[in-house]
Design a protein around this ligand. Structure first.
Ligand code: PXL
Length: 279
C-alpha cells in the first residue's frame, strides 16, 4: 500500500549526538519533538560520556556512517524539517551538507553546538569554518546563543574584531542563513531577550523572566521546538515565538536528577497538579 502522508505525524530528522543524561543533544531533540506531536528520525553524529556536572568524553561517528544513516531514512520517509545539533567532525559536516543540498525544499533549523552550557568544547575552529561555509547557505534559521554568534561571525585573523550581536547576525545572514535567532541567556541582563533577525534586519524580540539555576539542554529544546512548529505548519515568526514559550515552561518545570544542572521537563504539560515541583 502506498504511504499516505496525510495520515502521518509530521516527521523531523535530527542530526545530533547522544547525551546519556537525557538533558541535551539527541535525547533532548527526541523528547521535544515527540512532546510537540512530531515523529523524530535521528542520525547519530557522535556519542558523549557525561553526567549532569560535565562532559568527560566525545566520540565523533565516522562520516560515512553518518551519511548512510541519513540516506537510508530519506529514501524511505517524507521529512518535513531538518534539525542540526552537535555534528561531530568536519568530515560529517561536509557529508551532511551534500545530503541536505539534495533536498533544497526541506526547511533546516541549525543549532550551532560549539560548547556545552558548562563550557565543554564540542566543536573546533575547523568545524566552525565548515559550518559557516557549508551549512549556513542552506540554513532556514540559525539559533546561536550570543557566544556562539560571536564565534561564528568574528574574523579569526583580526583579534580586534568585536562585532555587536546585531552585526554578528547581519554577517551570519550575509553568509547565507535566512533567519538568525540570537538567544540572550548568556548576557548579563535582568531578563533573557531573544532577537530574531532576517534579511531586512531585526524582525522581533521576545523577553522572558530569567529563571534561577543552571539548565542543561535549553538550546536543544528551543531549536527542536522551532523545528516541530515549522513541521506543524507555523510560519517562522510564530514558530519562534511559540517555541520560546514552550521552552520557558519546560525550564520552569525543570528538575535536578543528579548533582549538577537542572534538566528541562519537555513533558511539563502532561503532568498532573500533584507533579508540581514548587517545593
Ligand atoms: O547543549 C548542547 C549539547 C548538544 N549536544 C550534546 C551535548 C550538548 C551539551 O552538553 O552534550 C551531545
Amino acid at each position: 500500500m502506498p504511504v499516505d502522508a496525510n495520515l502521518l505525524p509530521p516527521i523531523v530528522l535530527t542530526f545530533a549526538a547522544s547525551d546519556p543524561t537525557g538533558g541535551a543533544g539527541l535525547q533532548a531533540d527526541l523528547l521535544t519533538l515527540a512532546s510537540m506531536g512530531c515523529h523524530p528520525l535521528s542520525v547519530v553524529t557522535g556519542l558523549t560520556v557525561q553526567d549532569t556536572t560535565g562532559v568527560e568524553g566525545v566520540l565523533a561517528i565516522d562520516a560515512g556512517w553518518v551519511a548512510d544513516q541519513a540516506r537510508a531514512l530519506l529514501e524511505d520517509m517524507p521529512v518535513a524539517v531538518f534539525k542540526f545539533g552537535m555534528l561531530g567532525s568536519v568530515e560529517s559536516i561536509a557529508a551532511i551538507a551534500e545530503i541536505v543540498n539534495d533536498y533544497p525544499d526541506i526547511p533546516l533549523v541549525f543549532d550551532p553546538v560549539l560548547a556545552s552550557g558548562r563550557g565543554d568544547q564540542l566543536a573546533d575552529d575547523e568545524m566552525v569554518d565548515a559550518m559557516v561555509g557549508l551549512l549556513l547557505p542552506r540554513t532556514t534559521i540559525l539559533t546561536p546563543n550570543s557566544l556562539e554568534a560571536m564565534r561564528l561571525a568574528s574574523d579569526d585573523d583580526n583579534e580586534d574584531d568585536a562585532p555587536s550581536l546585531s552585526e554578528c547576525a547581519r554577517r551570519l545572514v550575509d553568509a547565507g542563513a535566512e533567519f538568525v535567532l540570537v538567544t540572550g541567556t548568556h548576557e548579563n541582563t535582568p531578563q533573557v531577550a531573544n532577537t530574531l533577525y532576517g534579511r531586512s534586519g531585526r524582525v522581533r524580540e521576545d523577553s522572558w523572566e530569567r529563571l534561577p539555576g543552571s539548565y542543561h539542554g535549553s538550546g536543544c529544546t528551543l531549536a527542536s521546538a522551532i523545528a516541530a512548529n515549522l513541521a506543524n505548519g507555523l510560519e517562522i515568526e510564530e514558530a519562534v515565538r511559540d517555541a520560546q514559550d514552550y521552552t520557558w515552561h519546560a525550564l520552569a518545570a525543570g528538575f535536578r536528577p543528579g548533582m549538577g544542572q537542572y534538566i528541562p521537563d519537555r513533558f511539563f504539560w502532561a503532568r498532573g497538579e500533584e507533579a508540581s515541583r514548587d517545593d
